[in-house]
Ligand binder design. Sequence first.
Ligand code: GLN
Length: 483
Amino acid sequence: MHQLTLAEIARALADKQFSSAELTGSLLSRIEQLDPQLNSFITVTADQALEQAKAADARRAAGESGALLGAPIAHKDLFCTQGVLTSCGSKILTGFKAPYDATVVEKLKAAGTVTLGKLNMDEFAMGSANESSHYGPVKNPWDTSRVPGGSSGGSAAAVAARLLPAATGTDTGGSIRQPAALTNLTGIKPTYGRVSRWGMIAYASSLDQGGPLARTAEDCALLLGAMAGFDPKDSTSVDQPVDDYLAALTQPLAGLRIGLPKEYFGAGLDARIGENVMAVVEALKKLGATVRDISLPNMQHAIPAYYVIAPAEASSNLSRFDGVRFGYRCENPKDLQDLYKRSREEGFGAEVKRRIMVGTYALSAGYYDAYYLKAQKIRRLIKNDFVAAFKDVDVILGPTTPNLAWKLGEKNADPVSAYLEDIYTITANLAGIPGLSMPAGFVDGLPVGVQLLGNYFQEGRLLNVAHQYQQVSDWHKQAPSGF
Ligand code: GLN
């Protein structure tokens, strides 16, 4: 059962091959048996999951249908879940049980999903390796001495290891697409504003978006259809109808115009990854796509701009964690200042502190124009590059990451070397456009991801291209040995 995709599970549940309670029970025992090798879960909500599964079975028995009714999933631990620990991977949220469900959680619950628990992540979603979690690093099931990517590394490792068919993640600079690439999954970051951020603990509010990680584009379409939509509780949520992503999957690719940005294939890219990506391009050409070279000239400025804007927003967002209102509080504070200081000093990890300092510096009166304002101007130039490119092409294609999954600990001494891993993904967040990563083969037994970027609200087109590729390839079906 654990090898089935969400779409296959939906058919099996409809055909009564097994019940959601049976499926849930079997996945819970897989998690218990195998997750100690991976550390992908922070909390397993076994009792609640079995109850939800029984309720879903009862709804089916009463004649209800729905592709996600009884489907097991889990949430990245930055989505608020009522009554269940929501830690954001941080010590500072020790013991924090959210008083409400995030909109994404609520919508997926309403669709009948069964929540198996909460997934490990980089602290406050800051990272590309899932090593900064207070709950310990997550291991990549393809090689447990390597990182699964981050920050949605728990989501990626759990789905790749077949502990569950799909999970939610969030992507501020690549955190859905990069771990999807390093673990052989399909994941999509929607257009900014497509998925509600209400109840999603904020890292960098103008960049954060929630989205699904799964094994196939079809499963991502199923989940995104349930997650997306206008939410009056999120003022940046866009009031526009949600496309029928499942219907979009079957569109033929004849006439699809693909752009290959020269900046995505230059220095810094592992040449073997480049070869796999070009093999995908050839396959898409056979399906009727045409290809042309394009340029995104401001891409070289994306990392410096992102690593000013994201920490600036984070430094403001994280000021709410003061030891008074949420989670962790230091012992025996002398006075209020001491309580703030020591709760934050003891509650936040090193990477989070680094970013709060960088962000506070960039926003300070004397430096605001030189850093923050400048970074926002670069952001506009990057957006304009995409707007210009999408006049001539429908989809932009390139590698998701410049390198394969690296060894645990390898980049810890040099944070900038980890920041450079985000080079191909962060532009989409800066511009607000959707991006998808899908499996594109293996190098030395490690997964390679190819990234598709689309114009605003073109999620359906990205899922369509990925689905059509997955009809003629079987990379996405490969499972890591031992799982
Ligand atoms: N690696 C990037 C960062 O550390 C992106 C993280 C994310 O998308 N949440 O900020």
